[in-house]
Design a protein around this ligand. Sequence first.
Ligand code: FAD
Length: 527
Amino acid sequence: MPKSYDVIVIGGGPGGSTISTMLAMAGRKVLLIEREHFPRYHIGESLLAGTADLMNKMGVLDKVERASFVKKLGVTWLWGAQLEPWTVYFKDALATPYDHGYQVERGPFDQMLLENAREHGVEALEGHSVTNVIWSGDRVAGVEYRSSGTGIRQTAEAPWTVDASGQTNFITNQVAKKTWDEKLRNMAIWCYWKNATRLEGIDAGNIFLPAFSDGWWWFIPLRNEITSIGAVLDRDNYLAARNQGLKDYYLDAIQRTPALAERLGGAEMVDEMRVTKDWSYTYDSFAGKGFVAIGDAACFIDPLLSTGVHLAMLSGFLGAVSVNTLLQEDSPDEKSILSFYQEQYRLEYQRLKDQVYFLYGGHRSTDSYFWHARKTMDMPSATPKEAFISLIAGAFEHRAWFRTFLSNLDVNDSLRAMAEAFFQGGGPAQAAATSPLVKNPRWHQVNSYAIDGLRLRPAEILTPGNGQSLPLTDQLKQILSQVDGRKTGQEIVRAIGASDERGMQSMGAALREAVMHGAIVAHPGSA
Ligand code: FAD
């Protein structure tokens, strides 16, 4: 007899642990099946500040903190036209509650996440491989799995199965089309060192990314004075390295990178050389009847921005609220919920990949990297540098699907003076204070979803259709009802203001935000 669950998760990496923990927190009966016995080795050691927030949501951050993994306050680059190293700090990122990420050995880190899943009620098997998908017509209905110890085969059934199998791509390989990215076909060669000299002061826990003639290096400080040092090379350079002999090449390339060589003077290699392909790819579908794919099972980006674990856990979070909603509703709109999941994950992936392209694309100024991020992040009031660090910190709290929907507030005309103050700070928002305003015709209303606890609820958004979006709150609806081509920003806030200072301020902030995003603009004739 097959065992029955609400959800089956294939794979116990960070993505699988995240989605199963969150579904168990929502009261779901979850079976997670992991092929290996943990702790097992895995590459992917440098985490983002946004990941700390996800760890907090799944109740594991305190345990990670207690394990004394190295704290990562920022990223130090030796990259582009600037000849000196430059550093960006997570504390300067917007929409991320934590000012640090961690540098983790994935063996113990992944084990901690898996134990945490068990503590939340997930039935997690190790040493069991999923061998087959069970289909019911064209729907995934469960899996067959086998114990590596006893060889015993079993089956489990569930209305939803999650492919969290990493680069095994267990379900996606069977049902979707994989596209390799032509521009990001790199190889990585790395090893572990003892007693490398770390960066100085508060930068000691940073990842250090020096570029060199054939590619770039990662320098990741781990616990116990161990440092992970890896070179990422394109295909031609890798073939040359292979001809030379990988170890010879690796040691020679270190000497050709003085900023790295000077840190390894008193250090020794303490492990075997490792090599892997880190080609970027995406599948044309991340979800379908009875399944969702998260993390590397859906898509993968070159490790330049250290985004893999973050994307696995973020898609785990988005997948959990989507699957929980599908299980909760009597007759859920399955297609639109799965589309929502897929679009949001793809958008996060695409933005980060776009920045990776730009960073690889020539010897540019640091400012140009910041400005590029400014163009792709929908954070209109951020400076270019803030946009860059927010992007590479894994910020997501500003997204329409995440943000708390503000409540509607009443009017009080007497707070006129305050309205003026809301528009201080320059730029388009200030100009909007005294210009008649109109709705931007490119922005339209679309039915979407917002995250409410561990489920999705229908919500309207405003969007120009490029991924940028604003939640259409009651407040924003009120504002839009007053935008008539005649009233200025100040007049609108005064007209619908609020009975108290807080309400007035939040109304002013909502209008300012809509103007900064470009959803409301000055009347063309008013310039
Ligand atoms: P995984 O962590 O791969 O977990 C998948 C799990 O599924 C595995 O434990 C596997 O054993 C199990 N599994 C597979 N098939 C089956 C099956 N049939 N049955 C049961 N279990 C199965 N990311 C970062 O965040 N920071 C970095 O610094 C970084 N550096 C990287 C450097 C390189 C060279 C590479 C290649 C990647 C790097 N990454 C980095 C990316 C990171 O490794 C991955 O993106 C991340 O581990 C994805 O998590 P996941 O949960 O999707 O998959």
